[in-house]
Structure formats: structure tokens, C-alpha cells
Design a protein around this ligand. Sequence first.
Ligand code: ADP
Length: 308
Amino acid sequence: MTAAIRLDGLEKTYAGGKRALDGVSLAIPRGSLFGLLGPNGAGKSTMINILAGLVTKTAGKAEVWGFDIDSHPRNAKASIGVVPQELLFDAFFTPFETLELQAGLFGVPAVKRRTMELLQKVRLDDKAHVYSRTLSGGMKRRLLIAKALVHNPPVIILDEPTAGVDIELRQMLWAYVRELHAQGTTVVLTTHYLEEAEELCDRIAIVNHGRIVIDTDTPTLLGQAREKKVEVTLQADVADLPQIEGASRVERLGPNRLAISYDKGLVQAGAILARLAAAGLGIVDVTTREADLEDVFLALTAQPGGAA
Ligand code: ADP
């Protein structure tokens, strides 16, 4: 099946010489809720801006819903709705007017406009005719989502949808994103919040230094987190870090506190603790921590230069 978005060897070098995308190939399946995860400066916005027609690529190919952005730019553009990060719109227009204007920009004929339906969808129908500047932050974000949907695109991209929003609003936006996805829209979101990708996305690609370092379904990605950590407080201070068989890493947290990492597929915490005791180190307290997406992320983005 044709992908919702397909990138093939996509490259971008900005005028100043900054290489933001270093050969990105990626297929985002239709119907997915896809997370583009990466630290700041990884190249996520550059990718989105190329798809939205706001940045010109240096090399490579990009397709939206089967339309090549070079040979079928209008169809490609019509197939995608982008929700920008910043709350940008004219404060003196009402939500109703904002959507009508956007529909006009996309050439949606009056009979095909769904302005009130969209406002209902984002639960702003009761605010249809108030000035946008009087809306709360959460309402403004929902208005931006409605604005990205006026031309009824099959794919919507949300750029850092919850950057800088409080927990309550984040939960609300998550629920809304899920609802959109359940209604059949392919949703792509960029985020640097691991929790957000883990919580929402069925598939995740991690971007670092303009490259895709991994692209897989969320459970598989989490399954990669095989490293576990046990933190111990010892009876006495230790001068030298002990060698513990089966441990991948021993770190000092304090004079008498150590963090010992191990592969949970190879060894169990009990064995690690027994080996500590056998080395003559009395244990006062123990906590263990399961690895999560953050560990996978750190492991994958730690290499200098970002080589996969
Ligand atoms: P992200 O969205 O993952 O934070 P960006 O795509 O915004 O990453 O940026 C990728 C890299 O390209 C960064 O080093 C950034 O500084 C650089 N960059 C982004 N936009 C421009 C631009 N207009 N001109 C020059 N460099 C840019």
C-alpha cells in the first residue's frame, strides 16, 4: 500500500552550510499515529517544513499520499495539514472567520466548507464568533488544529503539540489527537517528550543529527530497553568501584552509593546483589529501575555524530 508520507534520501543543507537532513528515508504508514522523536535541532521541523512546502529540499524525494512534492505539489499540499508550534493567527478574527479565510486560501468552495462542523469537532462551536485573542491557550491550539483540517487532508502533522503546555491541557490534547486518529486521519507528531511518543504513538522514528536512527513500532522499541539498573546504598564508603560480574556498568552516586546497570535478559538483580555481598560490600538499601524509552533514546542518540 502507498505510504501516507514517503521520504527517500531527503537532504537539506541550509544557506549558511548547516546540514539539517543527511539522507532521510522513511515511510509513514497510512492510518498510523506516528511519532517523530528527536532532540532539539535534530531536523524534525526541517522535514515538516519541506512537506508543507515552506522549505526547499537540497536533494532526495518526498511524497505525500502518493503525490511527489516536485511533480504534484498542489496535490501533495492538499493532502497534508500542518499544525505549527507557535500560536500564530490574527487575534482580531473570530474562530469562524479564521477557518473561512483558511478555506478560501486552500480554494475550498463555499458549499464544501465545514466551518461549524470543524468548530464542533474541536469543541469551539460556542466560541465561533468571539475574537480569537480572548481564547485560552488550549482553545487557541484547538483552533490551529481545526485550521489545519479545513481542506480535509488525510494526513495531519502536529509540530510539538504540547510544548510548554500544562499537564491538564496536555491530557486534553492527547485525547483529541487520539480521537482524530480513531476517525481515520493519519497523524504524525513531532515531540521531544519521550512520554508523549510512548503514550500516543503506535510507531516511532527517532531522528538525530538529520538521520533516522531507528524506525519501528512502539512495543519493539520499548523491548529494546533491556538494560535495568539497581541502585544500592552500602554500609561503608567504597574507595574503588567494584568489578561485578554480569554488570554492564557500575557508577558512583555518592561515597557509599552505587548504580549498577545490567542486561535483564542475561542476569537478575538478585545475582548482582549476591555478587556485591560476596565482594564484602554490605548493603543497606536497594532500589531498581526498569529501563524505559528514555534509556533507548539516550542509547541511540548518544553516539557523537549520530551515526546509526
Ligand atoms: P528540530 O525541529 O528537530 O529541533 P530543526 O529542523 O529546526 O530541528 O533544525 C535542524 C538544524 O538546522 C538545527 O541545527 C538548526 O539550527 C538548523 N536550522 C533550522 N532552520 C534553519 C535555517 N532557516 N537556517 C539555517 N539553519 C537552520
